[in-house]
Design a protein around this ligand. Structure first.
Ligand code: F6R
Length: 608
């Protein structure tokens, strides 16, 4: 959730560390801090609030240093405050930044208190600094102290630490929380996210669980879980600054909404050929494995779970398979029964979501046929730990609210439904129809984005209310849920979604002139039933905003009927998502919220 960065260089590192924090701010932004080694002392600056405030403090104080660590926080243990901001220190000697959660922190705190360490924060992280100090004082090297500390920590962590008595080296350690090394020119870097280092290098080493590494300006050494020196592969990744800047847009979320035609093109590019899906697009041997699949288990969180709910419908209608879907945070606790030849599918933009990763690790101990992930980050833990994977190729998504990651997940899930259908020799004609439709999807999305002006007109109505109801039926119910989630997370308007047929079983009581109702009405076999449901809303004074197929006509009185471009029915959920994203964005803009970094949220949820 938090972001950490460290640098050992031949130049001043203060600015590059703060720039790195800016790039990772989407991961957590309630406080930030930096510790800079200045040979005879360590400059320690922390601020409550966004990285910009830390930057202002840096500009005032101008600390110079060639070795430092920095952090942007998303509070887990202890409220957002300057005392709880990282880096944490021990005896003015050891300074650490930490991403993750230490589960046994109460026991370790008790142990350290008995050794006369006092705690200045409410965090679980501060004990890491004290623990390192404790072992250093017993005459251990920093490397040995990190191993001795690690031996006592339960939980997930990416740590970077510096010691006043060593102005050359930084020690980093990883367990179940992302951490990588960046090899720069006359400098070595470490961060929890490659985006933070994208301007500085394109050579990265992804550390493995249990690894500890020592970095100086001109060398690095990596040790594995058993303290054996190891070589890890260097990956070359070009993280262009273009992908991480807003360009002409006001917000990353806005940019990411309008990038969707290209993002979807990149998801399907090279994966469909002629009139069918290509072989083995999920990895070597995947097509053969699909022949055996009899059931699918999907596990994901939030928006990614909504993508899974849509896909469950496709697995049924295209691949002719039953699907079970679970919140990742719930899956392990319901004692899941695993049928023979079940495929375990995870969906995650970041590939680092702790609940989804934990579910995968749990599933790997069970009798699944295989595990497969749909992910936007090829280097993520989820991608590395799954048997098969497909990358959505959406490009970095910086806005905390997922937009292009969601629609590209849907496109990738459609590729999965088609691949499994092909493996099981099901529905060849339908496959051809969908492949053809997929090819025209980027153009239809482009057309859909032109609805912006119409949506801007209705945004003030929604922005002036405190609640909203989203309705959809069948495959559009998860899209209604996604619309409600988007609105609530960035505009802070309370929003709920219902299958329209459920209205009269309770929620109809909420309808009055203060409850805008946003409904999805594509052409379908239940369109007429949906229209009757909407009539019930109209009769009770609710204002209707209906996104509909061009063939549907209805009088929405004071509301608005917005005609959507035509699209193959199976792909319409992707198209109908777009106006809901634009609506949330425009409403949030009117309400003046922090769109890219909504309160209390973080992009990559690496705690359970
Ligand atoms: C909402 C949103 C979240 C994420 C969820 C899972 O806009 O982005 O609900 O979808 O936190 O994250 P990933 O997909 O990274 O596993």
């Amino acid at each position: 959730m938090c972001g950490i960065i460290a640098a050992a260089s031949n130049r001043n590192v203060g600015k590059l560390l703060v720039q790195g924090l800016h790039k990772m701010e989407y991961r957590g932004y309630d406080s930030a801090g930096i510790a800079l080694h200045q040979k005879d002392q360590i400059a320690h600056l922390r601020t409550l609030g966004k990285v910009k405030l830390l930057e202002e403090k840096m500009i005032q104080e101008k600390p110079k240093s060639k070795l430092g660590i920095a952090h942007t926080r998303w509070a887990t243990h202890g409220e957002p405050s300057e005392e709880n901001a990282h880096p944490h220190k021990s005896n003015e000697r050891v300074y650490i930044v930490h991403n993750g959660i230490i589960e046994n922190y109460l026991d370790l705190k008790d142990f350290l208190k008995k050794k006369n360490y006092s705690f200045l924060s409410q965090t679980d992280s501060e004990l890491i600094a004290h623990m390192l100090d404790y072992f250093l004082n017993q005459g251990n090297s920093m490397l040995d102290s990190m191993y001795l500390t690690k031996d006592r920590l339960d939980g997930a962590y990416a740590i970077a630490a510096i010691d006043l008595e060593d102005d050359q080296n930084i020690i980093v350690a990883r367990n179940k929380s992302p951490l990588l090394i960046g090899i720069g020119i006359e400098e070595l870097l470490a961060a929890s996210d490659p985006l933070a280092l994208g301007q500085l290098t394109n050579e990265f080493i992804f550390l493995e669980d249990g690894d500890v590494a020592e970095l100086s300006s001109d060398s690095y050494s990596i040790y594995d879980i058993n303290k054996k020196k190891v070589e890890r592969e260097i990956s070359k990744i070009d993280i262009s600054s273009q992908a991480t800047s807003k360009g002409e847009y006001k917000h990353f979320m806005e940019k990411e909404i309008y990038e969707q035609p290209e993002a979807i093109l990149n998801t399907i590019d090279g994966r469909v050929g002629g009139d069918d899906i290509l072989e083995n697009i999920f990895g070597l041997g995947s097509s053969e494995m699909f022949e055996r699949v009899k059931r699918i288990q999907i596990v994901a969180c939030g928006t990614s779970l909504h993508a899974g709910r849509v896909a469950a419908n496709w697995f049924s209608s295209i691949s002719e398979l039953p699907t079970q879907i679970d919140y990742a945070s719930e899956y392990r606790y319901r004692n899941p029964h695993v049928d023979e030849d079940s495929l375990f599918v995870t969906i995650s933009q970041s590939g680092e979501t702790a609940d989804t990763l934990a579910a995968l690790r749990y599933a790997k101990e069970k009798d699944y046929l295989s595990s497969l992930c749909i992910c936007n980050v090829p280097t993520s833990s989820l991608a590395r730990e799954s048997d098969y994977s497909i990358f959505t190729n959406a490009g970095p998504e910086i806005g905390v609210a997922s937009t292009k990651a969601f629609t590209t997940q849907l496109a990738a899930l459609m590729l999965l439904a088609l691949s499994i259908a092909k493996g099981r020799k099901k529905n060849p004609k339908l496959r051809t129809r969908v492949v053809t439709a997929l090819r025209s999807l980027p153009d239809i999305i482009e057309e859909t984005l032109k609805l912006k002006e119409t949506i801007i007109e209705l945004a003030p109505e929604v922005a002036s209310k405190d609640n909203a109801l989203f309705l959809g039926r069948g495959i559009f119910y998860p899209i209604a849920k996604e619309g409600a989630l988007k609105l609530k997370e960035i505009s802070y308007i309370h929003a709920e979604a219902y299958p329209a047929g459920e209205l009269k079983h309770g929620p109809l009581a909420l309808i009055d002139e203060n409850m805008p109702v946003i409904a999805l009405a594509p052409e379908s076999e239940i369109a007429e039933k949906l229209i009757s449901n909407l009539e019930e809303v109209k009769a009770r004074g609710g204002t209707l905003y209906v996104f509909s197929d061009p063939t549907i006509s209805m009088d929405v009185k004071s509301g608005k009927l917005i005609k959507m471009p035509k699209c193959d029915f199976l792909l319409t959920p992707i198209i109908y998502t777009i106006p809901l994203q634009i609506l949330s964005y425009e409403v949030a803009l009117l309400r003046g919220t922090d769109i890219d970094q909504p309160r209390n949220l973080a992009k990559s949820v690496t705690v359970e």
